[in-house]
Write a new protein. Structure first.
Length: 81
């Protein structure tokens, strides 16, 4: 790993399904990690768009090298009252 690069893990949740990132991605800054998380979220939402019914909640949790959660980006489905 380059000295100026940090390792980020992008764990995704779709409904109750969790996909853990076991490899991580080297990125130069946390702002770049936020952009990457937003891109991953958009791709997951696009892939999960239902033909009928509601889209499940989709979340991307971003963790550091020690697997400490740094932030999450999410798309929550609308709830009926």
């Amino acid at each position: 790993m380059s000295p100026e690069m940090a390792l980020y893990y992008f764990h995704s949740r779709i409904g109750d399904f969790l996909a853990e990132d076991s490899e991580g991605t080297e990125l130069p800054a946390i702002d770049v990690a936020r952009q990457e998380a937003a891109t991953i979220l958009a791709e997951l939402v696009r892939d999960e768009l239902p033909t009928e019914g509601r889209l499940p909640d989709v979340v991307v949790d971003v963790a550091d090298r020690q697997q400490r959660e740094l932030f999450s980006v999410e798309m929550r489905s609308a709830r009926d009252n």
